[in-house]
Write a protein that binds this ligand. Structure first.
Ligand code: PBG
Length: 331
């Protein structure tokens, strides 16, 4: 056997030039890996979100322009989240099933303007609509009940599909909701509406700025640990994903992103369907805070992290930085 050890082998050789680094590159981030989450404002104006510097809620009248911007940047999909006004929030979150709610208005604004040139993904969960900020319905003891919540989610998902949503994305972590939503979509003539299951969603402290953005943060009492996953668990995430696939999910998501890259890799290795990661609001804020503190260059940090998701096996990443990243990729 020839000896391929040093000095015959010098791994630095291929790193010596920009061109050879590019030749040796194993993974590439592309704008088609990005999904851009947008918050919908109830009024006519853009509303900056304090805890997410650089991110604003967009009025329905401004969504078409955002969609065109995304299309120009090669971003294939937008994810929508409504900021429901307080007077429309209730214990049972029934505004979620109102065909004229902010979410449906947002879907229609985008689809009327750009049609099928971009995908619209809509969040299925009750927290932007409940007066208590939980993702489901409460019993007298304040426990989020599973099966009655699933019924409400089915009606919410059908409402979004009827308004033109391309992908419904249940983020509530109730048991059995993927199968129930799939059945209902089939029965109601929405066979081609996809389901992206927030399959492995953890009870994370990284969601704080999101809750400010949708206005549920101040309302939420307690936590979401009775339905979102324990951050210490990995095997259980595989069970969650396997169940959602069996129930009819077209793709699955791991959320948050960076602290759970091992889960992304495990899922990508085990399951033959697209696995997405959500780089959540607290992760966006962390990057911005690091840059603002002078501790690193925002754009370089961002691309390193996003490339890490692709390297870990993700088919795509939901990120509030999506347009920033797409612009950097286009340079
Ligand atoms: C709602 C939902 C949350 C996020 C997406 N959908 C918050 C939560 O579960 O409390 C978080 C996204 C982010 O932090 O960017 N079910």
């Amino acid at each position: 056997m020839p000896n391929y050890a040093y000095p015959a082998t010098r791994l630095r050789r291929s790193r010596a030039h920009k061109w050879s680094r590019e030749m040796a590159r194993e993974n590439r981030l592309h704008s088609s890996n990005l999904i851009w989450p947008l918050f919908i404002a109830n009024g006519e104006d853009e509303e900056p979100v304090g805890s997410l510097p650089g991110v604003s809620r967009i009025p329905v009248s401004g969504l078409a322009d955002k969609a065109r911007e995304a299309i120009d940047l090669g971003i294939p999909c937008l994810a929508l989240f409504p900021h429901t006004p307080p007077e429309k929030r209730s214990d049972d979150g029934e505004e979620a099933s109102n065909p004229d709610n902010l979410m449906c208005a947002g879907i229609r604004a985008i689809k009327d303007a750009v049609g099928d040139d971009i995908g619209v993904l809509t969040d299925v969960a009750l927290d932007p609509y409940t007066s208590h900020g939980q993702d489901g319905l409460l019993d007298e003891a304040g426990y989020v009940v599973n099966d009655a919540t699933v019924d409400a989610l089915v009606s919410q998902a059908l409402n979004q599909a009827a308004a033109g949503s391309d992908i419904v994305a249940p983020s509530d972590m109730m048991d059995g909701r993927i199968g129930a939503i799939r059945d209902a979509l089939e029965q109601e003539g929405h066979a081609n509406v996809q389901i992206m299951a927030y399959a492995a969603k953890y009870a994370s402290a990284f969601y704080g700025p999101f809750r400010d953005a949708v206005g549920s943060g101040g309302l939420l009492k307690g936590d979401k640990k009775s339905y979102q996953m324990d951050p210490a668990n990995a095997g259980e995430a595989m069970r969650e994903i396997a169940l959602d696939i069996a129930e009819g999910a077209d793709s699955v998501m791991v959320k948050p992103g960076l602290p759970y890259l091992d889960i992304v890799r495990m899922a990508a290795d085990r399951f033959d369907l697209p696995v997405y990661a959500y780089m959540v609001s607290g992760e966006y804020a962390m990057i911005e805070a690091m840059a603002a503190a002078g501790a690193g260059e925002r754009d370089v940090i961002l691309m390193e992290i996003l490339t890490g998701f692709v390297r870990a096996g993700a088919s795509g990443v939901l990120s509030y930085h999506a347009p920033v990243a797409a612009r950097l990729l286009a340079k």
